[in-house]
Design a protein around this ligand. Structure first.
Ligand code: COA
Length: 81
């Protein structure tokens, strides 16, 4: 209704991380969302210490809008902030 969508991405096999596949898949999804679905905004959440993912998202054009404090429970503990 508001022309925005949240997406998530994960490459299951670690052997294929850091080879450019995530960015390529992300660009394909962004292209689909903006040109086919005519979305105004595509957003995602990422754990604050996931530096590799954040780097990849910034390359894809994402900008940080804010920090959700204690948004994720990981191994029984809230991820910092
Ligand atoms: C987050 C995730 C999807 C990012 O995908 P990715 O494929 O690892 O990341 P990118 O596509 O941005 O790859 C970037 C790296 O590939 C390199 N690369 C780009 N094109 C390349 C090519 N053709 N050949 C080889 N390497 C290449 C880049 O130089 C870069 O390396 P650097 O980080 O050392 O500078 C992936 O790491 C992942 O699934 N992680 C686990 C799950 C996760 O954390 N998901 C996010 C939850 S929010």
């Amino acid at each position: 209704m508001n022309k925005h969508a949240e997406l998530g991405i994960a490459i299951g096999n670690k052997r294929f991380w850091g080879k450019g596949y995530g960015l390529a898949a992300m660009r394909a999804m962004l292209n689909f969302g903006f040109t086919e679905l005519h979305l105004n905004k595509i957003w995602l959440r990422v754990e604050i210490d996931n530096e590799k993912a954040i780097k990849s998202y910034k390359r894809a054009g994402y900008i940080e809008e804010g920090i959700l404090r204690q948004d994720r429970l990981r191994n029984g503990k809230f991820v910092v902030v």
